[in-house]
Design a protein around this ligand. Structure first.
Ligand SMILES: [Fe+2]
Length: 112
């Protein structure tokens, strides 16, 4: 099965096979106004962003529902995104990203 035939996760893919880091990391903190700041970092600086190989977008989902998306061109050197959201705890927060060469990758975390 190729990387383009599935949503790649830590559980079903060998990220080392791509020689780059694709799994997004998710950091969640509560703001002073009671909202949540969700920070998504794709690759932690270990994925190339070149004219023929880059992270195209990062999408935030809460309990599986679409919340927002940040789109990137190959000029973006650090594909990161911050979303301030009004969500109820407990919930599951997921980040889905797409690399034009290596497909879809997803990480999830829970709060509450
Ligand atoms: Fe890639």
């Amino acid at each position: 099965m190729s990387l383009f035939d599935q949503i790649n996760t830590a559980g079903n893919s060998n990220e080392d096979a791509t020689k780059e880091k694709h799994l997004p990391t998710i950091s969640v903190s509560k703001t002073d106004t009671g909202r949540y700041l969700v920070h998504i970092d794709v690759g932690q600086g270990k994925h190339p962003n070149e004219m023929d190989h880059w992270i195209q977008w990062a999408e935030l989902r809460v309990n599986g529902l679409f919340i927002g998306r940040a789109e990137f061109s190959a000029k973006i050197m650090e594909p990161v995104a911050d979303f301030v959201v009004n969500i109820e705890s407990p919930c599951q927060i997921s980040a889905l990203i797409r690399c034009n060469k290596h497909g879809l990758w997803e990480s999830s975390t829970s709060i509450g």
